[in-house]
Ligand binder design. Structure first.
Ligand code: S3P
Length: 446
């Protein structure tokens, strides 16, 4: 997946109803973390259901470069032999993270707690994304930024200390990536490293650190959390079962809601409450979504979701819900375009620094397809009349997988076909997206 590859346009058009069952790929956040904690533990970690998207494969390659032994036994079945906290070795060559913000930022935390020097780089999208939010706390923990591109971006080189300085960090942004980078660096700090977040973000790092044997204390503070990790534990290899990614399930969920006559069951979707903001919003919009067969899998609650075509209505989505659905706004905008009335999504500033400026990319995609909308400060306002949107536009995806998938969903419901200029990046998070959706009846032309 290189930013130099020739663009692969894809067109979606309305046709038949979507029907059948679908199992989305493994959760991307948990997949990155399973490889990283495998690297930092002693023994052999076994992973089932790993997302084999390009982003996670980059993290696996980086873990290998830092000393892990990595084997793939079959689809989604991986083994990682770790080096233990304190055991990393200098990587040869650049750690190229491609499009992966999570992989690169979490690995900066790992390197930041160890006496190794590593250079991080990525594609044209990653090179635009802010890394100061990670570098600032890491510098407080003793990391030297040897070199960096203008504005604190990759390519950048970090040199970690012999052991990190334990700090208390009040994160200025609601970001699980920032929290995780600090905690991962804190693994090799003599003492307690604390992160205070004003709004609770996904807690997969905390949960998985415990699974591998670390002491992590969490205190709820209003909407936020205080997370304290005791440094220099001996992490022991674990068995990780990766549940299906709610952020990937989101596309089939919205598609089934907006394509007339549809009924789809999406299997094994992770129901971690810090990830279910889209589900809550779609239910408020009148979506017919049933949770079936709720059960525990790999330390998370999962459920099958039965989704039927529904007459959606516009709602206001409050800013405090953003962390629980931060990656789902592009596809929520598509649901809003098909709904009756106005949907106001508040407090979307973080969308400007994702794989693309998602606020701008979504607005441009809506415009190209005749959907009335406005960006008002950090809010996105979408007006629907309950009828199928016009469609007929070509959407610039800006190397952003979720922009590509969201607008392909719009094309399945619109009166005229919708084209995305490049679908190549879909492979970063959901390599089987086209095949899975076609199996339900979706009409895509490559
Ligand atoms: C992620 C956190 C979120 C999310 C990203 C995955 C993670 O980013 O957008 O896709 O796995 O920690 P931020 O933490 O920057 O909001």
């Amino acid at each position: 997946m290189s930013h130099d590859s020739t663009p692969s346009p894809i067109t979606a058009q309305a046709g038949t109803a979507l029907r059948g069952r679908l199992r989305p790929p493994g959760d991307k956040s948990i997949s990155h973390r399973a490889i990283i904690l495998g690297l930092l533990s002693l023994g052999e970690t076994r992973i089932e259901g790993l997302l084999e998207g390009d982003d996670v494969l980059r993290t696996a390659a980086a873990a290998k470069a830092l000393g892990a032994g990595i084997d793939r036994d079959g689809e989604g079945r991986w083994r990682v032999r770790g080096v233990g906290v304190g055991g990393l070795s200098d990587p040869e060559g650049v750690l190229d993270f491609g499009n992966a913000g999570t992989g690169s930022r979490l690995m900066m935390g790992v390197v930041g707690g160890h006496p190794v020097t590593a250079t991080f780089d990525g594609d044209a999208s990653l090179r635009k994304r802010p890394m100061r939010r990670i570098l600032d706390p890491l510098v407080q923990m003793g990391v030297t930024v040897v070199q960096q591109a203008e504005g604190g971006r990759v390519p950048l080189t970090l040199r970690g200390p012999r052991e990190a300085v334990p700090i208390t960090y009040e994160s200025p942004v609601a970001s699980a990536q920032v929290k995780s980078a600090v905690l991962l660096a804190g693994l090799n700090a003599p003492g307690v490293t604390t992160v205070v977040e004003a709004a609770a973000t996904r807690d997969h790092t905390e949960r998985m650190l415990r699974l591998f044997g670390a002491d992590v204390q969490v205190e709820v503070l209003g909407h936020g959390r205080r997370v304290a990790l005791t440094g220099q534990p001996t992490l022991r290899a674990a068995e990780v079962v990766v549940p299906a990614d709610p952020s990937s399930a989101a596309f089939a969920m919205v598609a089934a809601l907006v394509v007339p006559g549809s009924e789809v069951v999406i299997e094994g979707v992770m129901m971690n409450p810090l990830r279910t903001g889209l589900l809550a919003t779609l239910l408020e919009m009148g979506g017919d979504i049933e949770r079936l067969n709720a059960r525990e899998e790999g330390g998370e609650t999962v459920a099958d979701l039965r989704v039927r075509h529904s007459r959606l209505k516009g709602v206001t989505v409050p800013p405090e819900r953003a962390p629980a659905m931060i990656d789902e706004y592009p596809v929520l905008a598509v649901a809003a375009a098909c709904a009756q009335g106005t949907t106001r999504m508040q407090g979307l500033h973080e969308l400007r620094v994702k794989e693309s400026d998602r606020l701008a990319a979504v607005a441009a995609g809506l415009k190209a397809n005749g959907v009335p909308h406005a960006v008002e400060g950090d809010d996105l306002v979408v007006h629907g009349d309950g009828a199928a949107p016009r469609g007929g536009g070509t959407v610039a995806t800006h190397l952003d997988h979720r922009i590509a998938m969201a607008f392909l969903v719009l094309g399945l419901a619109a009166r005229q076909p919708v084209t995305v200029d490049d679908g190549a990046m879909i492979a970063t998070s959901y390599p089987a997206f086209l095949a899975d959706m076609r199996a339900l009846g979706a009409a895509f032309r490559e």
